[in-house]
Design a protein around this ligand. Structure first.
Ligand code: 13P
Length: 235
């Protein structure tokens, strides 16, 4: 059975004062699911007990002359158990390719982290009817040999639904997640991400192959994030 996972991606948001929100999430996190917050790396070491913490990116190397970068080993040393790889914002802002994402995912594993590997189509790709081809191509290019439920979580994040308030419809999500299930097997957790809020979470979690969410904006406060985690626990 796939694990149920409520994951929050704080992106480039959060100062030390935001640790109050992380503490509130930790103390309110429901039983029966895994709750993960991925804060900026500056806050990882200060994250509270009672929830899992993750990085948002890792460099493929263990260490070296890579100014501004961070390794999986460093994230683990700071308390991370997870690391997002392949987020569309990194693919866009930093030109990361599927091959880069594969190397980062392998690095995450090497560092003892569970990779949360993100894939997603653009609006133009969806409108051209290419959604499943694009997603399977991303997986072919970025999911390393040896991926399994113990080391990898897949997050389907349609680029057009991220930060736009436009959530994919349950039919759209079901079509993709059913195809992903066929590709990765019965036990790997499949998350949906893209404008998930308390008000739309339950209908997404009711889908048979949706095992949780990767939440951006609504993960920044406990008041927004905990109801999503509770909806998942109740699903
Ligand atoms: P939003 O929930 O803000 O749309 O962000 C989704 C996301 O990109 C999570 O990684």
């Amino acid at each position: 059975m796939p694990q149920k996972i409520a994951a929050g991606n704080w992106k480039m948001n959060g100062m030390r004062a935001s640790l109050d929100e992380a503490r509130a999430v930790a103390s309110g996190a429901p039983d029966g699911i895994t709750t993960v917050l991925c804060p900026p790396a500056t806050l990882l070491a200060a994250m509270p007990e009672g929830l899992a913490a993750g990085g948002q990116y890792c460099h493929p190397a263990v260490k070296g002359a890579h100014t501004g970068d961070i390794s999986a080993e460093m994230l683990a040393d700071a308390g991370a158990s997870h690391c997002i790889t392949g987020h569309s914002e990194r693919r866009a802002d930093h030109g990361e390719t599927d091959a880069d994402v594969r190397a980062q995912t392998e690095a995450a594993w090497r560092g003892g982290l569970i990779a949360i590997l993100c894939i997603g189509e653009t609006l133009a790709e969806r409108e051209a009817g290419r959604t499943l081809d694009v997603l399977m191509g991303q997986l072919d290019g970025s999911l390393p040999e040896g991926a399994g439920p113990a080391n990898t979580i897949i997050a389907y994040e349609p680029v057009w639904a991220i930060g736009t308030g436009k959530v994919a419809t349950p039919d759209q999500v079901a079509e993709v997640h059913d195809a992903l299930r066929g590709r990765v097997g019965p036990d790997m957790s499949l998350l949906y991400g893209g404008s998930v809020k308390a008000g739309n979470a339950a209908e997404l979690f009711a889908l048979v192959n949706v095992d949780g969410a990767l939440v951006g904006g609504a993960s920044l406060t406990a008041a927004d994030f905990l109801p999503i985690a509770e909806a998942l626990a109740a699903s």
